[in-house]
Design a protein around this ligand. Structure first.
Ligand SMILES: Cc1ncc(COP(=O)(O)O)c(C=O)c1O
Length: 426
């Protein structure tokens, strides 16, 4: 499958029916599986034979979708999770225990900041945040003896900062650490971080991969490239026997699929954050059109951003596809086919005028969401950040007049016409 383009992989990887089998991916709606002998079950529990045990750990419908996403990202394996947050949690816990540390780009999704800086800290895992523009030396300087990984987001939600993936990978690898990248916004259609040195990828599939505002979900993808055994002292969970599976050693027994196998059989087993088959079925349906949809989202965002830049009631537009963006150079390098469908802009006149603009939009709907097929919009100062004063908003990089605008799949002319009539009313 890997010799095909991403458009083709998205349609054909994963489920491939045999003679007379259903053309569409079947939904295996079963919590449990049948075995003809005790020995067969024993083999599953020893991880010595492949197969499904229980749908908290794996399921045939989910497995086909995991194979598809692994192929799309160019990895050796993938693991679906019940949310994007769960994907990040599982990927971090697969390497870190209490007393460990990680280095992360500071410009990442706010929920991930909270997970790392607040919740995981309560469990004894500490994070040092560095600028997404940090140099190799600056990133390496943040690494400590107990650091287990480096984390970043290809295009940050909502700041839209583009990560210099190669710089972060170079620094991580120089310290014997893997780089985990959240690739939610570009999806593998617009950027494939493994090609730039990332080792593990996570996604909130809730966004473009689903794309129709239907299911919250996530996925972890393993490149199979990181040599855990070369840094065995740092990753004993992968390189030493797991007593919960009679002494299985993931690197010895599963080779370059060690990371993703451990994540499934140990963490997904214990945390219980696996999605149901019907959700994987819906995700598969959405993935089939991902390449077509994401290209259109990015094209629409580019047009809307360019149009907004020419409007005198708009103080500034933030979109890395614009030549005026400080991240335009990185966007050209990592995202030559387009950035994503999300842009942000600041309405001249602040909080009240921005709120009036949103209330005047007819096509774009106000939602606490991005990456939907339908254009959606949010005014952070009145919603996600409403407890903050104007001064506090500016201090955390959210102008009172900031609008987050997620361009859908409508005709760009219609999206622009909607903005035009709304701007005329403020
Ligand atoms: C970039 C990014 N990563 C992770 C998440 C968390 O994903 P979920 O909401 O599916 O748990 C989000 C959610 O908005 C996101 O935008």
């Amino acid at each position: 499958m890997s010799e095909h383009s991403i458009d083709t992989i998205a349609l054909h990887a994963g489920y491939q029916p045999g003679n007379s089998e259903p053309r569409a991916l079947p939904i295996y709606q079963s919590t449990t599986y049948h075995y003809s002998s005790v020995d067969e079950v024993a083999g599953l529990f020893d991880l010595s034979v492949e197969g499904h045990m229980y749908s908290r750990i794996s399921n045939p419908t989910c497995a086909f979708v995991e194979d598809k996403i692994a192929a799309m990202e160019g990895g050796v394996g993938a693991l679906l999770t019940s949310s994007g947050q769960a994907a990040t949690l599982v990927s971090v816990l697969n390497l870190c225990s209490a007393g460990d540390h990680l280095v992360s780009s500071a410009t990442i999704y706010g929920g991930t900041v909270n997970l790392l800086a607040v919740t995981l800290k309560r469990f004894g895992i500490e994070t040092t945040f560095v600028s997404p523009r940090a140099t190799v030396e600056e990133i390496r300087a943040a690494v400590k003896p107990n650091t287990k990984l480096v984390f970043g987001e290809t295009v940050a939600n909502p700041a839209l900062a583009v990560l210099d993936i190669e710089t972060f990978a170079t620094a991580a690898h120089a310290e014997g650490l893997p780089l985990i990248i959240d690739n939610t916004f570009p999806t593998p259609v617009l950027c494939r971080p493994f090609e730039w040195g990332a080792d593990i990828i996570v996604h909130s599939t809730t966004k473009y991969m689903d794309g129709h505002a239907m299911f919250v979900g996530g996925v972890v993808v393993d490149s199979g490239n990181f040599d855990w055994s070369a840094h065995a002292d740092k990753f004993p969970g992968l390189t030493e026997p797991d007593e919960s599976y009679h002494g299985v050693t993931y690197t010895r027994d599963f080779g370059n699929a060690a990371f993703i196998t451990k994540a499934r059989v140990q963490l997904i087993r214990d945390l219980g954050v696996y999605p149901p088959a019907v959700q994987a079925f819906a995700l598969n349906q959405s993935l089939e059109s991902l390449a077509v949809r994401v290209a259109r989202h990015a094209e629409n965002a580019q047009r809307v951003a360019e149009w907004l830049e020419g409007q005198d009631k708009i103080a500034s537009v933030n979109y890395p596809g614009l030549a005026s963006s400080p991240d335009h150079d990185l966007a050209q390098k990592y995202l030559p086919k387009g950035v994503c469908g999300v842009i942000s802009f600041v309405v001249d006149g602040g909080r009240d005028r921005a709120a009036k603009l949103l209330d005047s939009l007819k096509l774009a709907s106000i939602e606490v969401h991005v990456a939907d097929s339908r254009t959606c919009v949010l005014h952070p100062a009145s919603s996600t950040h409403r407890q903050l004063t104007d001064e506090q908003l500016v201090a955390c990089g959210v102008e009172p007049g900031l609008v987050r605008f997620s361009c859908g799949l409508e005709d760009a002319d219609d999206i622009i016409a909607d903005l035009e009539q709304a701007l005329a009313q403020i």
